[in-house]
Design a protein around this ligand. Structure first.
Ligand code: RIB
Ligand code: CA
Length: 311
């Protein structure tokens, strides 16, 4: 089956790390580049972590382009309490053998979009600052993308605040620019990523596959697992990994064409992805929202891919 080229924009923390591991054995997408952005931790660390995880995955041929150190119009926020000081669960990892590229992320996104002439899929699993800067700088960019698949937002609820999910809350202005840029945009929000969890026991089953990558996936998730247990959740939500799997094969998910805009002014609601599922307002249907996943199929795909490393 023909594979489409894919660029992964990430704020490499623990779930971004597992998402990167999954990109090696997808069915319909081929990873061609990684761009890093500030989010879970500072951009120098997310860049370093992306290089580290690509090395663990045996994908040192994939270039990493460093991106924005802060959001478009607000102060940066981080999530060290979830991802650790180094962004990878404070695992003791060697420095990567490689350096990042000199080209900034927003120029790299445009470079690859032009190279692949309408076939590039961008998966964004961190704050959307890099994509927004690329769209602002290169007006023809949205027309050059096959689609943008985002981990972010939610039709209902939030995790950074009661209204807003972290990636959107970190840069709401950027998120609204991306959602209204004209490219086909697919939002994997908390509605679908919270049910895409693995329990502590399933993480241990994963490590029992015995590949270095499967053991790393279990180990890097131990810190965040404790945080989720504190919220009485059944396991650790694979926010970024399930977004990558959706982009690869959406057959075991529910997707709806709806109106989605981002609140940028609300005192209590800044960063909320206001999603029009069935209101009288009938917002313009500018994006797609993913709301359901078959968890068993999701889990099977994670195990299949991480077992593949040992094949
Ligand atoms: O809200 C979850 C999202 O925020 C994930 O992408 C996680 O890595 C953080 O970036
Ligand atoms: Ca992320």
């Amino acid at each position: 089956m023909k594979k489409f080229p894919m660029l992964l924009d990430c704020d490499t923390g623990v779930d971004d790390a597992v998402a990167i591991l999954l990109t090696k054995y997808l069915n319909t997408l081929e990873l061609v580049a990684v761009t890093s952005v500030a989010g879970n931790v500072e951009v120098d660390k997310t860049t370093l972590n992306s290089l580290r995880v690509l090395e663990i995955a045996g994908m040192e041929h994939i270039p990493v382009y460093p991106g924005a150190a802060k959001p478009l119009m607000c102060e940066p926020i981080t999530a060290h309490h979830v991802h650790g000081e180094n962004g990878l669960g404070d695992l003791d990892l060697p420095l990567p053998r490689r350096q990042p590229e000199k080209t900034p992320a927003w120029d790299a996104i445009y470079k690859y979009a032009k190279k692949y002439k309408g076939e590039l899929v961008v998966i964004a699993i961190g704050p959307l600052t890099n994509l927004a800067l690329a769209i602002a700088k290169y007006k023809e960019l949205p027309g050059l993308l096959r689609r943008i698949v985002i981990m972010g937002g939610a039709a209902v609820g939030g995790n950074a605040t009661p209204s807003a999910e972290f990636n959107i809350y970190a840069d709401p202005e950027a998120a609204d620019m991306v959602l209204t840029c004209g490219a086909p945009v697919y939002l994997c929000g908390l509605d679908v990523t919270m049910p895409a969890y693995l329990t502590a026991e399933e993480l241990d089953e994963l490590a029992a596959l015995g590949t270095k990558q499967a053991v790393f996936a279990r180990d890097v998730m131990q810190g965040i697992l404790k945080v989720y247990r504190g919220f009485k959740l059944p396991g650790v939500c694979f926010h970024d990994p399930v977004t990558v799997l959706y982009a690869d094969d959406d057959s075991y998910f529910q997707t709806d064409h709806v109106g989605i805009r981002v609140e940028t002014k609300g005192r209590l609601t800044r960063g909320k992805t206001v999603t029009d599922l069935y209101s009288d307002k009938q917002m313009e249907h500018n994006a797609y929202i993913v709301t359901k996943v078959d968890r068993e199929t999701f889990k099977k795909r994670v195990f299949e891919i991480l077992a593949n490393y040992g094949a």
